[in-house]
Design a protein around this ligand. Sequence first.
Ligand SMILES: [Cu+2]
Length: 149
Amino acid sequence: MFPIFLSLILLLCTFVLNSTPAIAANVPHGILKQPATEMTVSLGNSANELKFEPNDLQFESGKRYELRLTNPSAQKHYFTAKDFADAIWTQKIEAGKVEVKGAIHEVELKPGAEAEWFFVPLKPGKYILHCSIAGHTEAGMTGEIVISN
Ligand SMILES: [Cu+2]
């Protein structure tokens, strides 16, 4: 009787633990009150070269960032980094008068567009960044994102 009761308790505990949003639990308390470290990445440039500038981004886990994405080129581009997006907690993306909250995997910027991505890196590792428009990755529109401890 007793072991059954115990395992029921364990099962309940497991259930409660699993139902806690894992990501939110990993975000340090009070992080949203800290000023964000600002960084800018431009998608393409005014000479219409197919590259990210800079193309190597470094973040520290547990800090809060404001990543400003700009597109000074004459064509649209994507900031695509799915594994990176899974390794961070996105607070929000601001673009114009719009705020988007929740998980984001890809951001499209039309010519002249700008967006600010507020997030906290959680999982250290190396991640690939690319622009998913046909031909752009092949032409060199790629980058590397590193999250360090
Ligand atoms: Cu592109």
